[in-house]
Unconditional design. Sequence first.
Length: 395
Amino acid sequence: MKRIIPMVLACLMLTACAGTPDNVKNSQSSQTDSREYLYTDGTVTYADDLLIKEPKDCELYTFTLTQPDVSQEKALQKFEMCYDKYFAQRMQNKNKQEEQRFVCHELRDDSKSYPNNFPKISEHRNDIISEKIKTDELFIENDMVYLDVLCGRLHFFNTGHAFEYLKQKGMIERTDIISPVLPAAKCSMKANYFTQSDDKVRLSDGEFTVTEVQHKALGHIKEVYGDTQIKPAVSQTRIVDMQGQDGVILFITGEYNGVPLDAHEMKGTSAMQYTEYSNGCDYANLPANAFMMSQSSLDSIYAADELTCEVSNVQNVNQTLTLKDALATAEQKFSQHVRLNIRRAELVYTKQVIGPNEYSCRPAWKLSATVDSGTKLFVYVDVQNSDCYYYESRQ
């Protein structure tokens, strides 16, 4: 089941510690002009296109993230606000009362097909608000749009513009339904970025740099989610071919005080296959994904739930490990068994699961490396206590 590096597991036993086509461009230009402060002893080496992502002048903390309980009344307010602001004009030829539904299995009519087998919000609105009827999901799903508020949080938002465009191009079947991976999964990849770039992207409303699109996307996401303690940040950007223009997939993580929460490296429209973490802990690092075909609007966003988390138990981290020290720590752990070629070095907050909808966050250096066999290894070094642990990609 796992393809763990045998020698690493056998010799280290650390206790604290669909591929992209060859013609797809990987952009990860270094954000530093000098590598003089990097660790250069031992067997650690660095990729020619090494990317160092180190936020400047940011205080570091440990803290707890918690998903707050949301009343059904507030969940309904969020649902109706999103509908009125982003969907009403597109849905003007459809019956609003007919389309807006909620999940309640006691009221489900199995004699009808989905989604008409679920009850209408309009027929039970007062009971939803008073919570006489219990529901954890409000939704619209049809051949045009998809809106889903799950457990009081905006979970899936798709205006359907890119979906309809690809139907017209014949890239999506008329019988296909909107899903978190469509339309992106139907488009071929052109470029992949782990940072900002001046490369140009051709969207429906003009030509823009990758950086401009990233900034616009973050602005749209902030508008949709409102003023939150955890801000959105882009962890990875993929440009896709939509036959006549480009589309942009943006993988979104959270950010606290200028430092991003850790996010898995993505392969296509889904996460790469990974082993468990070597320290035996469980971490929630899957980024959300957003899609844009026009700079003027957000086409979709899926599973950005961490943006609605509340921050508590904040403690300053005064003594921190430098990147050079983190590299030395990793070299000491691995040098006798594998050679680490570092592709990216990033300062992130790890997000360890400590309970239902509760996470413990700590600052760490994340070293994305390749070993001699070509396997990708992701090594973390805690900046406060120097704990070192890792996981490996399964290709």
